[in-house]
Structure formats: structure tokens, C-alpha cells
Design a protein around this ligand. Structure first.
Ligand code: SAM
Ligand code: 2KA
Ligand code: SF4
Ligand code: MG
Length: 235
């Protein structure tokens, strides 16, 4: 089954969430059912870039050509990779190669192959994104994954977003929970100014989380890759 692929890159480090720091390859799929106001990967869905429709075997070949012998972990992101049925076959093929597989999704579309993935990150979207969470769908997701290794990650830009994050963590108290500071400046090439801004925003989020009893067991993270490489693509 064919999958629309925007880019294959790496090895790099996973810059976000539950396996932050993990050396990994990335496969970024095209298309999203959301259109977050601050999406840092909007080229996957806004028509400004083209995807390539590839058979799973061609994707495996691309991963090997790009990563050589220098990886054992593959992260699938997008767009929303859960739009594509063919990812199940891709996950199986990665496992046959001996690679672990992680996925990034917003939890709006369920696929049975989600259960085969080693590290699932579900990232429900706060009010500043202008998206609306379908809590029935999210409940179903969390229920389906309850015996697996998965986590929830909420990106926070505002106080209202922080309240939303609290609401998510309270709703699913047993699920490992991550707060991630939002990047407001997704198009700047001034890395120094961006770094300074992001570190200040991260400090605000840490401070806010330390003052919330609800967040007593949360992990508060930046986007590590953005601190290092700014808004550069393919890192
Ligand atoms: C580009 S999305 C692709 C996967 C999936 N559509 C999702 O949103 O989870 C990957 C991750 O980047 C996060 N993200 C997107 N734009 C961001 C921004 N401007 N600042 C911080 N995180 C951002 C998303 O919330 C998500 O956790
Ligand atoms: N290094 C690195 N880590 C990431 N974690 C999540 C990413 C994504 O865009 O989904 C991402 C990315 O694009 N690069
Ligand atoms: S759900 Fe993810 S890929 Fe889709 S618009 Fe939002 S951040 Fe971007
Ligand atoms: Mg990204």
C-alpha cells in the first residue's frame, strides 16, 4: 500500500517528548486532518510542498540509503501519520529490520496498527491552535493503548493552553504526561534571537508547572532540536 512521504531524514535526535534524546531516523508523511494555527510542519498539508507516493519497500530503501548503519530507531511523524492505513506494513517492515518505531499523532484518527508501535506520543491540541479536541475519540485512543508504552504531550503557548493541559492530565492521570513549550516564531532564521526567546518561554512554562499541584508528576520540556538548529527543516 502506498504512503505519501514528504521527507526522510536523520539520523538525528528525537527532540521532543517521551524518548527525547533518542537517536532516530524520521519519516514525515503528507496530509493532516487538522490545521493548527502555529503548526511548524504546515508544508505537510498547506499545499506549499509535494509528497511522493511510495510503496513501503521504497520507504525502507530510502531510510537505509539516508541512515546507513547509523540508526536502530525510526520515528514516524507528519502531518498526521494516522491518516494512512499503509503505515501498519511500514511498522512491520521496520521491526523485521530490527528497528524500534515511534509515532507522533494528535489522537484524532485511530488505526489498529497503532498498537504495534513501540513509543506512541499523542499530542492533543490546546485552544491557541484553534482546533477542537474530540474527547470521545481521545478517550477511545487512551483506552486502546492502555497496556502499551505511550504518552500524552501538550504544547503550551498561553495560560489558557496551560489550563487545557491540566484538564488533559486530570482526565488521564495514569498516562505519562509531558508539557512542551510552543515555538511562536516558526519562520525566523535568526537562531540567536529564537534561542533566547524559546529559553525565556521555557522558563515561564517551568515556573508555571512548579506552581501547579496538578502538574506534580509532569515532565516539562523544550523542543531540543529547535534550541540547537532553529527552524531548519530535516533535522
Ligand atoms: C508537526 S506535529 C506532527 C504530528 C501530529 N500531527 C501532531 O501534531 O502530534 C509534531 C509535533 O510538533 C508539535 N508542534 C507543532 N508546531 C509546534 C510549534 N510551533 N511549537 C511547538 N511544538 C509544535 C505538535 O504539537 C506535535 O507534538
Ligand atoms: N529532531 C526532531 N525531533 C522531532 N520530534 C518531533 C518532530 C516532529 O516534527 O514531529 C521532530 C523533528 O522534526 N525533529
Ligand atoms: S495536528 Fe500536527 S501536523 Fe497537523 S496541523 Fe497540528 S501540529 Fe501540524
Ligand atoms: Mg517538528
Amino acid at each position: 500500500m502506498k504512503i505519501p512521504v514528504m521527507e526522510v531524514f536523520g539520523p538525528t535526535i528525537q527532540g521532543e517528548g517521551m524518548v527525547i534524546g533518542q537517536k532516530t531516523m524520521f519519516v514525515r508523511t503528507g496530509g493532516c486532518d487538522y490545521s493548527c494555527s502555529w503548526c511548524d510542519s504546515s508544508f505537510t498539508w498547506d499545499g506549499t510542498a509535494r509528497s511522493e507516493l511510495l510503496e513501503v519497500e521504497a520507504i525502507i530503501k530510502k531510510i537505509k540509503e539516508t541512515g546507513g548503519e547509523y540508526f536502530s530507531h525510526v520515528t514516524i511523524s507528519g502531518g498526521n501519520p494516522a491518516l494512512h492505513k499503509g503505515i501498519g506494513e511500514l511498522v512491520d517492515r521496520c521491526h523485521e529490520e530490527g528497528w524500534k518505531v515511534a509515532i507522533e499523532t494528535q489522537g484524532s484518527i485511530w488505526q489498529e496498527w497503532m498498537k504495534e508501535i513501540d513509543d506512541v506520543t499523542i499530542s492533543p491540541k490546546p485552544p491557541s491552535s484553534n482546533m477542537k479536541t474530540d474527547f470521545e475519540k481521545l478517550d477511545f485512543y487512551v483506552e486502546q493503548l492502555k497496556d502499551r508504552k505511550f504518552s500524552l504531550k501538550v504544547v503550551v503557548f498561553t495560560e489558557e493552553d496551560f489550563r487545557y493541559a491540566e484538564q488533559i492530565h486530570v482526565r488521564y492521570p495514569k498516562v505519562p504526561f509531558y508539557l512542551q513549550i510552543g515555538n511562536e516564531d516558526i519562520s525566523t532564521t535568526d537562531d540567536e534571537a529564537l534561542l533566547s526567546k524559546l529559553l525565556h518561554a521555557y522558563e515561564w512554562l517551568i515556573d508555571r508547572a512548579t506552581k501547579s499541584t496538578i502538574m506534580n508528576d509532569a515532565k516539562v520540556l523544550p523542543q531540543l532540536h529547535t534550541l540547537i538548529w532553529g527552524n531548519k527543516r530535516g533535522v
